[in-house]
Structure formats: structure tokens, C-alpha cells
Design a protein around this ligand. Structure first.
Ligand code: GLU
Length: 224
């Protein structure tokens, strides 16, 4: 089976160096094993997403030489598919209506996976609780959209930041409810500043574009 990985940024801001590193690991892995590196723009949050941010992210990846395979996928364009899957979960009794929203039933059994970075990670189903996968306005929640898209895109390895570990048991509950095989999960640590806290603007530049401009400015100074 061909390895298929993806980078799935939300175009709600500039390309953070932490995101760029996640993209780099995905790209390196795909290129190393002769697999595919796909790019999915997670633009379901219409209020905060913009075409400008999408352009900046694509420019940053291109500047870094992280070329992607196949057509770019826009999550927002897949709404009908997300709704179809939510309805199917409802029809199968794996989810139920709650105030017009669709809520997944999470069985009270262990949810665990062998993380390729952390080793075994385990949660108790009781602690996950039934969660909403589609709002009453028929827009999907993040966990549903990600799982449906990863399945449809044939993603074999989900390689992303540690900040998503807490979403993974919910996503596994969705894979189980859909009767789908799990991808390999690999959660890479966040980038911290010298003080051990999550890298932020306090530590200096965090946007890939800032480094691009600094490099450009220095090159211009050298030339003059
Ligand atoms: N869109 C999510 C983010 O930017 C990533 C989703 C994922 O990698 O599963 O944090």
C-alpha cells in the first residue's frame, strides 16, 4: 500500500514555524518512502478563514521547497460529504439527535493506539463522552471533517502536532463507528522557546513569511 500523508493547515493565520515543521516531517516521510504528500486546507471556519491566509501558507510551503502531490483539497467544499456521513451514523444508530445537532455515541471501552512517536496512548471511553459531530445548522465539527477527509483521501499516516493528542480518541471513536481501519498516528512535540514555553511572538519571529522577508532584506543589503 502506498504511504499517503497530509498537512492540513487552517487558513486562519500566517504559516507558523511549528506548522512548517509538521509539514516538513510529512514531506520528508513521503519522499523517503516514495509515498504521497497531500495538502488539505481546513477552511470550514468561514469567519476566520481567508483566501489571503491560504495564499500565504501556499507561498511559505513553496518557498521552503515542500511541494505537494495531487490536487489541493479544500475542506469547506466537502460539506455535502460530511453531512452524508453524519446522517449515515445517525441511521446506523451510532449517533443520535440532540437539540437538532448530531452526537456520536462513545462506548465506555478503552480507546488506545500505538503512537509512532509516543508509544501506546490510552484513554477511557467513559472520559471521552458522546460528542457533537454536526451542529444543528448542519455544519460539521472538526473531528468529523478530519476523519471523513482523511479516509476519503486514503491517508495512511496522520503525522501532526502534540496539540492534537486529545482529539485522537474522538477520531478513533469515529473510525470505529464507521467500521474503518485506523491510520498510523504520530504526534510530534511542539516547538518551545528557550524558556521551555510554547514558541510565540515573545520569543521572536514565528511566521515563516518573516524569515523569508528577513532573508530577502539581508540579501538586498549584501548586494548594495
Ligand atoms: N487543521 C488542524 C490544525 O491546523 C490540523 C488537523 C490535523 O492535522 O489533523 O491544527
Amino acid at each position: 500500500m502506498t504511504t499517503r500523508v497530509r498537512f492540513a493547515p487552517s487558513p486562519t493565520g500566517y504559516l507558523h514555524v511549528g506548522g512548517a515543521r509538521t509539514a516538513l516531517f510529512n514531506w520528508l516521510y513521503a519522499r523517503h518512502v516514495g509515498g504521497k504528500f497531500l495538502l488539505r486546507i481546513e477552511d470550514t471556519d468561514k469567519e476566520r478563514s481567508s483566501e489571503e491566509h491560504t495564499r500565504v501558507i501556499l507561498d511559505g510551503l513553496t518557498w521552503l521547497g515542500l511541494d505537494w502531490d495531487e490536487e489541493l483539497v479544500f475542506q469547506g467544499a466537502r460539506l455535502a460529504r460530511h453531512q452524508e456521513v453524519a446522517d449515515r451514523l445517525l441511521d446506523a444508530g451510532n449517533a443520535y439527535l440532540d437539540g437538532g445537532a448530531i452526537r456520536l455515541r462513545v462506548p465506555a471501552e478503552e480507546i488506545a493506539w500505538d503512537d509512532a512517536v509516543h508509544g501506546r496512548i490510552s484513554f477511557r471511553g467513559e472520559d471521552i463522552k458522546d460528542f457533537v459531530v454536526m451542529r444543528s445548522d448542519r455544519t460539521p465539527l472538526y473531528n468529523l471533517a478530519v476523519v471523513v477527509d482523511d479516509l476519503d483521501m486514503g491517508i495512511t499516516h496522520v503525522l501532526r502536532g502534540d496539540d492534537h493528542i486529545s482529539n485522537t480518541p474522538k477520531q478513533i471513536a469515529l473510525y470505529r463507528a464507521m467500521g474503518a481501519p485506523l491510520p498510523v498516528f504520530a504526534h510530534v512535540p511542539m516547538i518551545n522557546g528557550p524558556d521551555g514555553k510554547k514558541l510565540s511572538k515573545r520569543h521572536g519571529a514565528t511566521a515563516v513569511g518573516d524569515y523569508q522577508h528577513m532573508g530577502g532584506a539581508r540579501a538586498a543589503t549584501r548586494r548594495s
